[in-house]
Design a protein. Structure first.
Length: 284
């Protein structure tokens, strides 16, 4: 236990819970949102509801929006390993309308101010790009200080020590790159179906194993989401529906020719890695 002395008590407790083998949520207040499906006057048919994805994080590298990520605790953002760069990195939280990071009540609904946090530790999975090109596409970004949870900033649920419910539909969100190459101003949302992994293997000519999820849409106008962003599903847990993180946008349409299929890192396969990485990087 020596090496755990000095880390946050809360993480130590979680570690003990892990040892105990009972299921638990990483953050008990996760996933609560106002679930506003009200789009205001901005955006179009696929715009996400204001405040309905408060875990959504924009990762900005060297001054440019680069990837999405998911807030999982008050200090850590989960993203894809390929979204982690040695360049100066910040994350923007509580973001919705990327061009207007101020409080904006002009549409009748107040869009709260987004804010940035500096990233002081970058933790890509050590096997990424070593064992294979596409597997282990997972990593954590540690923010320099903790964020306070609010209606616009709140982590998504991660369940440890439990079999995740077998769902067949997912949500994916992102500011994505549209066909004109521009980022969407408003957070976009799409619903995806789970496909057999062999279909992604075929389309992408890559091995897609159980550490990955194959997802896609039958409609041609779905947004891709941003690399590193969340693939989630609402699941009934202890009396209420809550959004759980199932996947991380890894690679898709750009690399795979034809079809709207994409490959997602299977977060459930990496819960031990996530816990270890947080424990070893929670101080200093
Ligand atoms: C999960 O659900 C799909 C259909 O939605 C089914 O084909 C599959 O066998 C299920 N897997 C497990 C492990 O229950
Ligand atoms: C997607 O998100 C909406 C809320 O934004 C929710 O109502 C819906 O159930 C989610 N879909 C799935 C498949 O979980
Ligand atoms: C994701 O990983 C978990 C744990 O290894 C496994 O039970 C689940 O079947 C995987 N999901 C898919 C879609 O392969
Ligand atoms: C559950 C929840 O987050 N409720 C909030 C919804 O939004 C109103 C006004 O913005 C807040 O006052 C509630 O606390």
């Amino acid at each position: 236990m020596q090496r755990f002395i000095g880390v946050f008590a809360v993480l130590a407790c979680l570690f003990l819970a892990t040892e105990n083998g009972s299921a638990f949520l990483l953050e008990s207040e996760c996933g609560k949102s106002n679930r506003s499906e009200n789009y205001g006057l901005i955006g179009g048919g696929q715009s996400a509801g204001i405040l309905s994805n408060p875990w959504m994080v924009l990762i900005i590298i060297g001054g440019s929006p680069f990837c999405g990520g998911s807030l999982i605790t008050s200090r850590f953002v989960l993203t894809a390993a390929h979204c982690i760069s040695p360049l100066y990195t910040i994350v923007r939280l509580g973001d919705y309308l990327t061009v207007n990071p101020e409080d904006d009540c002009s549409t009748g609904i107040c869009i709260p101010r987004a804010y940035i946090k500096h990233v002081d530790k970058k933790i890509p999975h050590a096997n990424f790009n070593k064992i294979s090109n596409q597997q282990y596409d997972i990593g954590l970004l540690r923010m320099a200080d903790v964020v306070e949870f609010s209606d616009s900033v709140r982590p998504i649920c991660l369940l440890f020590n439990a079999q995740m419910e077998n769902v067949s539909l997912f949500n994916v969100t992102g500011w994505g790159k549209r066909e004109d190459g521009e980022m969407s101003r408003v957070l976009q949302k799409a619903t995806l179906s789970k496909f057999d992994r062999s279909q992604c293997s075929q389309k992408c000519e890559e091995t897609v194993d159980e550490t990955q999820i194959c997802g896609g849409s039958y409609s041609s106008d779905s947004c891709d989401g941003d690399s590193g962003g969340p693939l989630s599903a609402e699941v009934y847990y202890k009396g209420e529906f809550r959004p759980f993180l199932y996947g991380i946008v890894s690679y898709g349409k750009l690399q795979c020719t034809g079809g709207g299929l994409g490959v997602y890192t299977n977060v459930t396969s990496f819960t031990n890695w996530i816990m270890d990485a947080m424990l070893h990087n929670s101080s200093g």
